[in-house]
Ligand binder design. Structure first.
Ligand code: MEV
Length: 440
């Protein structure tokens, strides 16, 4: 059992590491070596990463890959993706190439409204509260002007504030439900600062409101926070082509491919067990781009899955139809993203990723991210309904298995060649390595 520690955050980085290795590791030097191996040799760059969070001890690498050939609204993109799963970038690239020759991806940003709420308790007359809210509403917005003035100049700001009665669910519970336009910023800090100001003004002005009784004047603010549920910050991405152009697979006719593909989507629409995995595959593409561009993938995940359940049953984020011989496949998802603020101007790889994408606006980034999700789902369903997922997945995973067995460059080359025409399974790879090593 290790000891607890107080004042850990105040220790220097090297003292923190000393404490960790002393408390948890038998081979202390090895553990230290692994941690320090990932430090950047550029001290300034390392310090930047150290200061992103508290108690940094090292950096955690993920591969940053790129998927080229994405034709989106007639412009070509090479999409940066930060992800550890072997087959994701390959699948995205394959889908991009497929649709490149079939008109590419089309997108539409449907809305860009973000939401925040002040949750409060009030035990009194609802009419008086409504009158108070209507009287004070413009003052709430005015008091937040020092926070909103730059955003206002950029064309964004507070859109509206509504009073919501939630007393059916919890006695005395109400909300100030505010909507925002944060332009190219993800806007979390902006929204939270506005909300805290609304809360402060709302509480203070209640003290002077004449229609309130003494007890009604004591509005109890519970919390003020943005919502990561953003069903009005929506983007749609779509591909379509003649069914006869779905001719990428030699062993299945395009019509049969389209029919099986649509059944696979239908199943994900009605069967939550399948929908979760189906959407997980979509998030493989989405998270990888969200992460590469310095956005908050946890916020995106939470919002997207809530959206997938909005009709009371968890369901597919993508949909597909065939009409008059035209195959159509699309995704509609909420994405609150930013291309300014946060990590976007700070993390060198995020800056590079955004430059690779031609410094997109938040709306353009919403489109690119939605496309990455749709492409990923197209690739997954194409494999699942034809060859099965393991063929492609294990081909990409081969290198991981070879690395587990410390295969050298020559062994890798021989075995990659061997497995071009043989099924990759963990045991087949182990057997092939052993055979090769016995020969040598
Ligand atoms: C694996 O990471 C993702 C898939 O399971 C998605 C799917 O089943 O649609 C292949």
């Amino acid at each position: 059992m290790s000891k607890s520690i107080s004042g850990f955050s105040k220790l220097s980085k090297s003292k923190k590491i000393d404490w960790i290795v002393d408390s948890y590791f038998s081979n202390k030097e090895d553990a230290k070596y692994v941690l320090k191996q990932y430090w950047n040799t550029n001290d300034k760059l390392q310090q930047l990463h150290d200061e992103f969070i508290e108690n940094t001890i090292t950096n955690y690498y993920l591969p940053l890959g790129v998927a080229p050939n994405f034709l989106i609204n007639d412009a070509l993109y090479t999409i940066p993706m930060a992800i550890e799963e072997s087959s994701v970038v390959a699948a995205a690239s394959k889908a991009a190439k497929f649709w490149l020759d079939r008109g590419g991806f089309k997108t539409e940003v449907i809305s860009t409204i973000k939401v925040g709420q002040v949750h409060f308790m009030y035990h009194g007359n609802f009419k008086s509260l409504t009158t108070y809210f209507n009287t004070v509403k413009s003052q709430l917005i005015d008091a937040a002007k020092p926070i909103t003035k730059n955003m206002d100049k950029r064309g964004g700001g507070v859109i509206d504030i509504q009073l919501k009665d939630k007393t059916q669910d919890i006695a005395g519970y109400y909300q100030l439900h505010a909507t925002f336009d944060t332009q190219d910023a993800m806007g979390a800090n902006f929204i939270n600062s506005c909300l805290e100001q609304f809360a402060q003004t709302f509480k203070a002005k209640a003290q002077q409101f004449e229609l309130f009784t003494d007890s009604e004047k004591n509005i109890d603010i519970i919390m003020s926070i943005l919502s990561n549920y953003v069903p009005e910050c929506l983007v749609k991405a779509e591909v379509s082509c003649k069914v006869s152009d779905l001719n990428d697979h030699s062993d299945i006719l395009p019509e049969e491919f389209a029919s099986k593909f649509i059944q696979a989507v239908n199943i994900a629409e009605i069967e939550p067990y399948r929908a979760v995995t189906h959407n997980k595959g979509i998030m493989n593409g989405i998270d990888a781009v969200v992460l590469a561009t310095g956005n908050d993938f946890r916020a995106v995940e939470a919002g997207v899955h809530a959206y997938a359940s909005r009709k009371g049953r968890y369901s597919s984020l993508t949909h597909a139809t065939v009409d008059n011989g035209i195959f159509k496949f699309w995704i509609e998802i909420p994405l609150a993203l930013g291309t300014v603020g946060g990590l976007t101007g700070l993390h060198p790889l995020v800056k590079l990723s955004l430059e690779l994408l031609n410094k997109p606006s938040a709306k353009v980034l919403m489109s690119i991210v939605a496309v990455a999700g749709l492409a990923q789902n197209f690739a997954a369903l194409s494999s699942l309904t034809t060859t099965g997922i393991q063929q492609g997945h294990m081909k990409m995973h081969l290198m991981n298995i070879l690395n587990q067995f410390d295969a050298n460059t020559r062994e890798k080359a021989t075995l990659v060649k061997h497995f071009k025409t043989n099924a990759v399974t963990h045991s087949a790879v182990v057997e092939a390595i052993n055979k090769l090593r016995v020969k040598d």
